[in-house]
Every structure is written in C-alpha cells, then in structure tokens.
Design a protein around this ligand. Sequence first.
Ligand SMILES: N[C@@H](CCC(=O)N[C@@H](CS)C(=O)NCC(=O)O)C(=O)O
Length: 296
Amino acid sequence: MARGVRRETARGRPAGLTGQGPDPIIVRTGGGNPMLELHHNNMSVCSAKVRLVLREKDVAPAEHHYDLRKGDQFAPAYMALNPMGVVPTLVHHGSPFFESTLICEYLDEAFPRPRLRPADPAERTTMRRWASLPDRGLHAACGAVSSALAFRYQFLALTPEDLAANLAQTPDPERRERKRMCIELGMDWPPAAAAVRFYDSVLRQMDTALAAGGPWLAGDAYSLADSGLTPYVVRLDHLNLSWMWDNRPALAAWYEAVQARPNFAGLADYVEPAYLEVMDARAAELRPKVEAALAG
Ligand SMILES: N[C@@H](CCC(=O)N[C@@H](CS)C(=O)NCC(=O)O)C(=O)O
C-alpha cells in the first residue's frame, strides 16, 4: 500500500482546513456520539492514535479540528480544557481527558469491545511498554524529525514578523526555543540527528520483537501497542523514510498488516495532501543528512 494514504477517502476532506468562518474551531457532529467529543488535528500523530482506537471500536465522536499552524491549540477556550495547549483532548460525558496514551487506555475501558489490552498480565505489560514509547522519547523524536525534514519549511515561508508572532504564541519558553532552533537549523540542529537515531533504535526493537514473536507487538492479538505506534511509522513513511525498514522484514510485514486493517481509515482518511507535498519537496536532498545522522 502506498505510503499510508488512501487518497479517495470515505469521509472526504477533514473539516477545519478551508478557513471558512470566523471561528477556527470547526465542530463536526454529524453522526457522532454527542456524549463523546474529540478535539484533534488531522495530521497529529497523537490524534491519529486515538482515532485508530475509536475506529477499532466503531465509536464516532463529535469532532473539533484545530489548525496547529495557526495556533488554535493556544486559544483560551481550548487551554481551559487542555492546559498544555496540545491535541488531542477527549471529552466524555463532560469530563476532559488528555495525554493520548491515557486516552487510549480510557477508551479501552469505557468501550470494552474489541478489547485492546491483553488479558494476560505479562502481555499487558509488554503492550504498555510499547504503547508508552511515545511518552518516553518517541513523540519528541517524531516532532524533531518531522519539523527538521519538512514542517520547518512551512514556517520558513512566513514573513519574519509572522514567524515571530507564531513562535510567540507558544507559552512554554523551552518548547518555543526548541521549535525556533529546529526551524532555523533543520537537520543541522544536533537534537534532530539524535532524534533520527532514537527513531531508528525503536524500529530495530520493533523488528526484533516482531521477528521473535508477533504477528502483533504484544503477541497474538492487535492491541494498543500496535495502534499506538502505527502513526509514528506512518510519519516516517510520509517523510519518504520507508527505506529505514528495507532490511527489517518483520517490521515491514507488520506495517502492511496495520495498514490493511479497517481502523486504518482513522488515520488515512485524515491525511492532508498539502502536508504530503511539504514532506515530499526536499526528501531526496535531505536523505544524505538522515544517513549521516544514522552513521553519527
Ligand atoms: N503527550 C501528549 C503530546 C501531545 C502533543 O504534543 N500534541 C501535538 C500534536 S501530535 C500538538 O498538539 N502540538 C502543538 C504544539 O506543540 O503547539 C499526548 O500524547 O497527547
């Protein structure tokens, strides 16, 4: 399957990307569960994680889309819901939940079928080890690699004044500085090279574990481990880095399998072509920098 994308989507273009209307937060309620609301972004890996779980359980929330480039996530109304100013946030019966790994566990408890946490304690711990990887460095690595290889060009296209105004929206000074450095230096920013190596070590661990066990990360059954890591592998694919698993056949087979599942629509239906174009634009020219980072 080509690069984790279904270009013809069942749901069509995600809401919130057309710039229509004065309110940047677009609400889609059609057909959704009114007691369940998902505040998310179409290209966000953490949001995709949650959507994969929702699709697996055939649960359709009302959706609110946030344009992260415009800074919708820092709107006071949203920060009141999620003080970190990040997506996703799930609201169930009026209670907000954030941190995507925890949201996925919550969904598996609140909507128990099909079960995505292994019943066996050892397998459940294995599942959690994989599913927590984004919170133990993988998410930060994904942000650095995505930005250094592609998304920085969206910011570099802004006028210096607009870029400064955009950066000023990020309330946390450390997060703002990392963003600024990555935009400025790209793959020449040392943490970006380290992020490539970290990502590679995760792929190696996945391939080794899948070759020894499998077919899923926590054993015989698809679990939150698989749904949780899928968006991070898709992101590498979108960045034209699928050669990173050319010599990792067990990982390649797993990637084919996760894309073949019906719940993959929870990711693929939301992919925005304009972002793929940004990720494609400099792929060939940047590959040597990725290879140099891996060799470093
Ligand atoms: N640990 C959080 C991370 C959330 C996060 O960083 N979300 C990204 C999108 S994947 C975001 O909202 N970024 C906006 C920003 O950093 O300004 C989770 O898993 O929910």
